[in-house]
Design a protein around this ligand. Structure first.
Ligand code: TRP
Length: 331
């Protein structure tokens, strides 16, 4: 924890199996940041329970996400890797911040509107105040930069507003965080509806590829990916399906879009899809075996998340006490 390094905070919910969208859109970039920044990577289980979770699945997935972080190359010595519920300051700070957040601004969150439409009758108050918990996550660590996808931009905006409001009511307490946009970022899209971002919560499993999918499943899903009738492997907005597969090919192999386009000149989609699947299988194979190794070593995982929680607790507690003091609570 060197003082001069900028702080990065991000997290993934253990609410479903992670997809190659999580891998290429987030994890692979996080790994590149670990040398240069003071990084906090959290497994946000408190966020996951804003919608219904089966206890045993939540437990399993939480460890799976941890194993995936590690297998992707996040070094527990260089990053603070922890489970959100192990750091009580997140829940405590979220309550405090709830009292500085307006119902009006929360009702404007598009993700809340989408999710509440999806879950119909059983919308928890937690789902509504979810962005406040996210604000607590970020603000507790004096975060400078938050790598998030475009779907989370609005939550980062409200985090900034809440921080700014608290700072104005009392005195400067929180650093105002900025979004972090990676230089090369891949936004992997849904294989069935390539105008949407690939999501682990899509209804149709053919929409996404999981980090843990077997070679057979990967081949199958890629072969079923939606394309078009143009028949040329080229990077245009008229061919969102092919464009997405080219992006996947590019991130999986390191080849540029131009190189891919040249390579497939005159070749059909069948060959291209076959090669995309192969590229993915090749990249995921070593990661999958590392994930399994970690999951077979529960003691090691425990050691890692315990140490992560200790480091996180230390920083988070300090910010929380500062908040409590400014608000007027007795020490
Ligand atoms: N809400 C984020 C998502 O669903 C996850 C998240 C929780 C997060 N807390 C965060 C991301 C803090 C960045 C920073 O993707």
């Amino acid at each position: 924890m060197e003082e001069n390094k900028k702080v990065i905070f991000s997290g993934i919910q253990p609410s479903g199996n992670l997809t190659i969208g999580n891998y290429y859109g987030a994890l692979k970039n996080w790994v590149k940041l670990q040398e240069q920044y003071d990084t906090y990577y959290c497994i946000v289980d408190l966020h996951a329970i804003t919608v219904k979770q089966e206890p045993k699945d939540l437990r399993r997935r939480t460890l799976e996400v941890l194993a995936i972080y590690l297998a992707a190359g996040l070094d527990p010595e260089k990053n603070t890797i922890f489970i959100q519920s192990h750091v009580p300051a997140h829940s405590e700070a979220a309550w405090l911040l709830n009292c500085y957040t307006y119902m009006g601004e929360l009702s404007r969150m598009t993700q809340f509107k989408d999710k509440s439409a999806r879950y119909g009758e059983s919308i928890s108050a937690g789902l509504f105040s979810y962005p406040v918990l996210m604000a607590a996550d970020i603000l507790l660590y004096n975060t400078d930069l938050v790598p998030v996808g475009s779907d989370q931009k609005q939550h980062l905006e409200i985090t900034r507003d809440i921080a700014d409001r608290f700072n104005n009511i009392y005195s400067p307490t929180f650093k105002i965080p900025e979004p972090y946009i990676p230089e090369v970022g891949a936004r992997i899209m849904d294989l069935q509806s390539p105008e949407k971002k690939m999501s682990k919560s899509a209804d149709n499993p053919n929409s996404y590829i999981l980090i843990m999918d077997s070679p057979e499943v990967i081949k199958n899903k890629i072969s079923r990916a939606v394309t078009d009738t143009i028949g040329i492997v080229q990077y245009t907005n008229d061919q969102p399906g092919i464009k997405n597969l080219m992006d996947i090919m590019s991130v999986a192999t390191g080849k540029t879009i131009d190189e891919i386009q040249k390579e497939y000149e005159g070749l059909g989609y069948a060959q291209f899809k076959k090669d995309v699947a192969e590229a993915l299988i090749t990249e995921l194979k070593p990661i999958q075996s590392k994930i399994k190794e970690y999951l077979d070593n529960k003691e090691l995982l425990e050691e890692i998340y315990t140490k992560g929680a200790e480091k996180a607790n230390y920083v988070a507690r300090k910010t929380l006490s500062k908040m409590q003091r400014k608000i007027g609570f007795i020490k």
